[in-house]
Structures are given as structure tokens and as C-alpha cells.
Design a protein around this ligand. Sequence first.
Ligand code: GLP
Length: 232
Amino acid sequence: MEIIYVENNNEAGKVAFELFEDEIKKGAKVLGLATGSSPLPLYEQFVQSDIDFSNLISINLDEYVGLNADHHQSYHYFMYHHLFKFKQFKASYVPDGSKEEDEAIAEYEQILDKHPIDIQLLGIGRNGHIGFNEPGTSFNSKTHKVELAQSTIEANKRFFSEEEEVPKYAYTMGLESIMRAKKIVLIACGENKKDAIYGLVKGEVSENLPASILQNHPDVTLIIDEKAGSKL
Ligand code: GLP
């Protein structure tokens, strides 16, 4: 696992951009994308770049259950607002939060089978979740419906007008699916990520800290600031 230290999230975006650009130049066709505040500077770089995305496919990690694509807190809308309205991909996939569980999951598994991910972007939750794979999720998981941890609801309520509006469930790509990506780039900045980063890098590989599974992946790059790395 390679660790690159940066000053702040903005710089993390620039470093991540170089990694993505390199992989695209080398022939990567399928980009695994993420939501949250961590990826935003990377998406700004994408928007400003002259990369031709029209031959690339993007596949997002997760979506809230019950939110339509046009709901402003949906991850569909997030991706549209920050990236897709500026750059059109050949196809862009985000799990469909408006569909019933069986249908939404089957549809996403087919998409993942058809388009193996070349480079996957990840953020990390304070409790070590990746995508919405909360502590306790099986390392063998594929796309599934999850009940969000209370700490995740609290962390994400800043985007909603009231905590009651934060959906309690999400569809997420599973840990096994994330591990199938050829290359993984994870961005984490700030004090509140230090325990999760410690667990990811030095903790026991355990389903109690989902991101620790990345210790078993052959090509992971962490882009973190001093605060997120302060327990290493
Ligand atoms: C959400 C997303 C995760 C993301 C996490 C951290 O829970 N489902 O994919 O990594 O938030 O977000 P942030 O980057 O805003 O700290």
C-alpha cells in the first residue's frame, strides 16, 4: 500500500487527478467513482481538464434508498451537479434508489459484471466504511441494501435540513466488488478520519473495520493529510 501525504483536500484532488489521468492514458476505460466531500477537488480537476470522457464508463459506489435521481441529496444529483453536467461519459451508472431491492441489486450486478473497474476512487467513513459498507458487512458482499449506522446518519445530516430526512438505507457496491477493481485510490483528510485510517493501514483485517480489507489488495494508494495520518 502506498501512502502519499498532502497538505489538504485540494492537493489530494490534484494528486488523485494525476493518478487517474495516467491510468486513462494507459487505457483504463471504467472509472469507479464516489461521493462525499473528499472527491470534490478531483472532480473540479476533471471538469477543468481536456480529458475526453466520451469513451469512458463511470460506475458509482452507492445511493440512498428511496431518493429519486432528481432529489438534491441523492448521489445521482451529486454526480450530475459536480461532474456529469460538465463532462459526458459514454455511460454513467449509479445504483437506482427508486427501485425495489431485488431489481436494483440485480441490475447493478449485471453492470459490474459487464464493466470491470480499472481504477476505483474511495473516500472513507469515520467508522471505516467504504461505499456504504458499514462495520459488520461481509468481506464477500456484492451489491446489497444496508441499514446506515447512526454515526453515518449523523455525519451526513449536514446535507439535509433535518436528521429525520436522512435516509436510513442505501444500496452499495459490496466489498468483494470493490476489491475486484484493478487499482484503488482512497482520499482522506482531517482529524475525524484518523481512527479509520489507522485501522485501514495498521489494524487487524476485520469486518469490524470494512476498509481494512484493502490491506489484501495489491494496488492501493492512500492520499491523506497529516491529520488523517496522525495515528500511523
Ligand atoms: C458517505 C459515502 C462514502 C464516503 C463517506 C465519507 O458515507 N457513502 O462513500 O466515503 O461519506 O464522506 P466525506 O468524503 O464527505 O468525508
